[in-house]
Design a protein around this ligand. Sequence first.
Ligand code: GLU
Length: 544
Amino acid sequence: MDHRKLAERLLPGEYPDLSFYEEKYPPRALPKGAEVTRLAPSPTGFIHLGNLFVAIANERIAHQSGGILYLRIEDTDLKRKVEGAVEAVKNALRYFDVKFDEGAEIGGDDTYGPWYQRSRAEIYRAFAKHLVAIGRAYPCFCTEEELSALREKQTANKEITGYYGKYAKCRDLPEEEIYRNLDAGKPFVIRLRSLGDPEKKIRFQDEIKGEITVTENDQDVVILKSDGIPTYHFAHAIDDHFMRTTLVLRGEEWLASLPIHLELFDALGFSRPRYGHNCSLMKQDGETRRKLSKRKDPELSLEFYRKEGYYARAVKVYMLTLLNSNFEEWYLKNPDAPPENFKFSANKMSKSGTLFDLDKLNDISKNELSKLSAAEMFDFLQSWAAEYGSEEEKSRFADREYFLKVLDLCMGTSGKKRRKDFVTASQAMRAIAYFFKRVPREDEPRFDEQTRREVFEAFLRSYCFADDAQVWFSKVKEVAGSLGFAAEMKDYKANPDAYRGSVSDVAELLRIAVTGRANTPDLYTIMQILGEEETRARIEGALS
Ligand code: GLU
């Protein structure tokens, strides 16, 4: 068989010599040990926590080593392409502070672009032509129907499905038949002629999983589809080579394709990058652990974190906690250091599934938000509200001074001890809503209407806005005492049956009347912030 002639027939025309690409995309001039990593999303419009998980690892490894992180868009599958998806990916990653150095509209060095696979068609074709010319690839004329019939037959026989060995019908088609098909204009794909032996195992050093054993590939995978567009496998090998990737760190769902990739690198004559396969995020679901699922778990989508208003650094800290087993301890010792100062290592990444726990993230979030100043919190809430808040929530930011007073109280920024009431922006905005409007009661008062009326009327008679906290509290005690509540807690505890309740019950009734809740920061200060008129109006409102 004249392979060169066949290559010319399949992919006619002048293609640059392969050395042209080696020179066009030369090895990068980076210091020794610098890693080049990448994120290679398909623009399907869905970017999830698993993508962020692996993105943070790639970012750390690249930047910590003085290397490069780039963004490549794997848009070979037009059917799955969604408008605006690339922007969505970039926005999501930017929010979580994953910074790219190069890539699709990143604005960095473009030497290794173009970054969209559809714009690189010529390179893939040049290499496919080369593989045909050396006998390592061939045209396949099998139709969709034939391939699905094959799949059914293999499934029925409980065999591995695919195009391989004795099932690779077009692998050894006689030359005349190939040309007859081509003359007849039959559509074809180009397949790799695999030389692998499925009986053979390969030992492989995975950067995360350590030494693993995989089976040699024997699938004659498609490298160019009938429209001349490459498959993911083929494009990935060529791009990772010419973008001079040193470490391919990706989700473990790609581990099954690794043998194909290894064979492609070898067939193309490229030296292989190192690979690391990151474990999947799991969720405890009753007794069992399962992978986070797009259908069942809203928290898989990154959009969820932005809508809820998770603080980006908190999510990052949690991701790092899950990624590197020694991060948590380091962070405990260095709570105020930028997480970037932690020495990240691929071999400390978990080898099997990582349990994702929203409660744990929420704890970290509370902690991170409690480190902010009131002004930083204001900015964070404002930018969240601008994107996701209601009109009413947006309007709260008009009076910055007032808002800062609220935050100062609710965060305890001027007190001795910081409060940890805030988990996310949306939750914080709900938690402070009563400072901006009258809200429906969330907690039910524990006393009947008659008792409440007595308490409110007595309080309003004695309430004076100019009182300081101490005077204010002594008046609340007087109200309590005058109505048969214990003014002192110790009296109440000693003899609870002698009283209707205690001063703390009186305060709770007032609290619910003013804020709608039984638990809030200091009530005196809340009344000071709301002002006399509003405070009185709310208590009077609670009477009617
Ligand atoms: N385009 C693949 C994806 O959507 C990238 C896989 C890889 O990182 O090699 O996940």
